[in-house]
Design a protein around this ligand. Sequence first.
Ligand SMILES: NC(=O)c1ccc[n+]([C@@H]2O[C@H](COP(=O)([O-])OP(=O)(O)OC[C@H]3O[C@@H](n4cnc5c(N)ncnc54)[C@H](OP(=O)(O)O)[C@@H]3O)[C@@H](O)[C@H]2O)c1
Length: 323
Amino acid sequence: MSFMRTVTVALTGAAGIYGGLVLYREYFVKAQYTGNEQLFGKTAIVTGANTGIGREVAHDLARRGARVIMACRDMKKCEEAREKIVADSFNTNVVCRECDLASIESIQNFAEQINKDEKYLHLLINNAGVMWHPSKLTKDGFEQHLGVNYLGHFLLTNLLVEKLSKCSPSRIVNLTSSMYKRGQIDFDDLNNSKKTFNAKIAYEQAALAIVIATQEFCRQYPNSGVTATCVNPGITRTDIARHTIDKSFFSRVIIGPLLKAFMKTPMQGAQAVLQCALDPKLEGQCGKYFSDMKEEPVGANAKNDKDAKRLWLISERWTRLKK
Ligand SMILES: NC(=O)c1ccc[n+]([C@@H]2O[C@H](COP(=O)([O-])OP(=O)(O)OC[C@H]3O[C@@H](n4cnc5c(N)ncnc54)[C@H](OP(=O)(O)O)[C@@H]3O)[C@@H](O)[C@H]2O)c1
C-alpha cells in the first residue's frame, strides 16, 4: 500500500513538474512579435512552408494579407498545408509552387516561374532545412546540409534578387542555427566527401555558411534596397528532429513528449522570423543576426571577409551562377 502511495506521489509530482514547465514555456519563455503590420499588396515566398516554422510564418503572413508563395518539394503536403492556411486566414491568395532545394534544376525552374509570372516580390524567407541528415547527396552531388540549407538558398536568393530589388525596400530572412558558432568552413573539403561523414559537423558548417553569406550578400548588393538578416528561431519542436530524437519509437513516444515541455511550439519559433521580416525598426539594416528575437553580434568565426568572398565565389561556381 505504501509502495502504491509512493508511486502515486511520484507520478503526481512528475506530472506537476511537467505541467509547470509547460506553463513556464507558454507564459514566460514565449516571446511574441507584436507588430501589427498589414501586408496587402505585398508578395512573400516561404521555402519549406508545408510544416514546422515555415508553415507558421506562411500562415501569419497570409493573415496579414500578403500573397504567399509556398515553395515546397512535396506538392501533396504543400496543398494540405495551403488549404488549412486559407481556411484559417480567409486569404485565398496563397499558392503552392514546387521547389526542391536539393536540385539546381528545380530551383532554376521555380525562380524562372516567379520572375516571369509574379509582378512583385517583397519578402523571401529561406526557411527549408534538414538537420543531422544521414549521409546522402543532392541531385547535383552536394552533401545534404550544404546543398539544401546553404547552396540551394544561395542560388535561389541570387536568382530572385533583381525582382526583390525592383520591389524595394524588400527583405530576405535566412534561417540558421546558433550551432553556427561551433562551425568551421572546411575549404579543403567543403562537401564533406573526403573525411568520415559527421552529420553534426555538416549541419554546423552549413549554418555558419548561411551567416557568412548573409553578410557577404550585403557587400555584394549594397545599393539594391534589399536587406538580408539571419535568424536562429530557438529550439522548436518540429519535424526537424526526424533524423535524431524522432528516429526510434522509444524516443518518439517517451523522450519526445518530455522534451516538448522545454521547446518552443512552431508558432513560437516563427516569431523571431516574423520580427526579422516585418519589424520597421530593422528597415535598411543588412547582415544582422538574431537569436530568440534578440540581436546578437555575429560570432568571430563568421567575420573573416576574405573567407566570405572565397565562399561566395565557390558557391557561385558550384551552383552554376557563374562559370
Ligand atoms: N526546430 C528547431 O529547433 C530549429 C533550430 C534552429 C534552426 N532551425 C531552422 O529552422 C528552419 C525550419 O526548421 P523546422 O524546425 O521548421 O523544420 P521542419 O519542420 O523539419 O521543416 C523543414 C522544412 O524544410 C523542407 N525541406 C527539407 N528539405 C527540402 C528540400 N530539399 N527542398 C525543399 N524543402 C525542403 C521540409 O519539407 P518536407 O516536409 O517535404 O520534408 C519542411 O517543409 C530550418 O532551416 C532549420 O535548420 C530550426
